[in-house]
Design a protein around this ligand. Structure first.
Ligand code: NAI
Length: 282
């Protein structure tokens, strides 16, 4: 496991030292905005190639990255005020990580998960610091998207909540708060909306293009639902829907769209693979 520490200048915020676990799409963006706003950031990533990629994309925006290799988990989190987890969306893997972090991190360290579709309470359940646990749900691309959903579980202390809100503001985001409810605010509304648009297309009520034009010109949305689905990635929305469908089988809004499942099986994941419901030039 490689761990490297990124650029530093200190600020007067309560949270100064941040450890981001997972340097993929989201984690590298979270590390970047935190470093850009003067936090000491340590990025933990298990895959050396991904770490290199994250490092060079952050260095491109920051100009400078200090490199340091840590030998074990305890060292990577020993000074952390906040740990933001952005690893794979699998409960067992997040549990394993948080169990070990709970032992390695100091008492003061606040834990947060960037999960999109899992329950923060369930993730936190393996730790002994539920009062110092919350959700920090960023949006892709992190440096561009202004919103941060700050999620409170019933056990989250007022102090922890205030610290998370203040940190969100300090990294330049507009924070909203919600309970630990599936999909939080944005995905809970967006994923069923996209699914309804796909179902409309599957029934042949209107074409993809016409649905997209309708919602852009009729509802003032910057993107139509089908192009948005292609942009987000069908693997991502499908796995969110599958998780919710399994958990809440009685809710028809969480039903799986067959055409979307087929696209994923064919590797047509949307913009990132060059084809989804539309075709793209790679
Ligand atoms: P990703 O696959 O790009 O990145 C995950 C990274 O974590 C990978 O580079 C992987 O090597 C690394 N990793 C896995 N286990 C690890 C461990 N134990 N320690 C350190 N690194 C580890 O995934 P992405 O899209 O960045 O998603 C990460 C999290 O963020 C997920 O929980 C997802 O639900 C959430 N999220 C994703 C959004 C998106 O638009 N992709 C939006 C908001 C949240």
């Amino acid at each position: 496991i490689l761990r490297r520490s990124l650029s530093t200048t200190t600020t007067r915020n309560a949270i100064k030292n941040v450890t981001v676990i997972g340097g993929g799409l989201m984690g590298s963006g979270i590390a970047q905005v935190a470093a850009q706003t003067g936090h000491n950031v340590t990025l933990v990533e298990v895959n050396a190639d991904i770490l290199k990629k994250a490092e060079s994309s952050i260095a491109n925006s920051l100009g400078r990255v200090a490199k340091k290799l840590y030998k074990d988990d305890a060292k990577a989190v020993k000074d952390s005020d906040l740990i933001v987890e952005a690893i794979v969306e699998k409960l067992e893997i997040k549990h394993k990580l948080f169990k070990s972090l709970d032992e390695a991190a100091p008492t003061k360290t606040i834990f947060a998960s960037n999960t999109s579709s899992l329950s923060i309470g369930e993730i936190a359940s393996v730790t002994n610091r539920k009062d110092r646990f919350g959700g920090l749900h960023f949006f892709n691309p992190v440096p561009v998207m202004k919103l941060l959903e700050v999620v409170r579980i019933p056990e989250t202390s007022e102090e922890t909540y205030q610290a998370l809100m203040a940190w969100g503001k300090a990294v330049g985001k507009t924070c909203i708060t919600c309970k630990d409810t599936p999909g939080f605010v944005v995905n809970r509304l967006l994923v069923p909306y996209i699914a309804e648009a796909i179902r409309m297309m599957e029934r042949g009520d209107a074409s993809a293009r016409d649905i997209d034009i309708a919602m852009k010109l009729g509802a003032g949305y910057p993107m139509g639902p089908i192009e948005l689905a292609d942009y987000v990635g069908h693997d991502t929305t499908l796995s969110i829907s599958e998780g919710w469908h399994k958990k809440f089988p009685e809710n028809p809004l969480f039903n799986i769209c067959e055409s979307q499942r087929k696209l994923v099986q064919q590797g047509k994941l949307g913009v990132k693979s060059g084809e989804g419901y539309y075709k793209y030039n790679k």
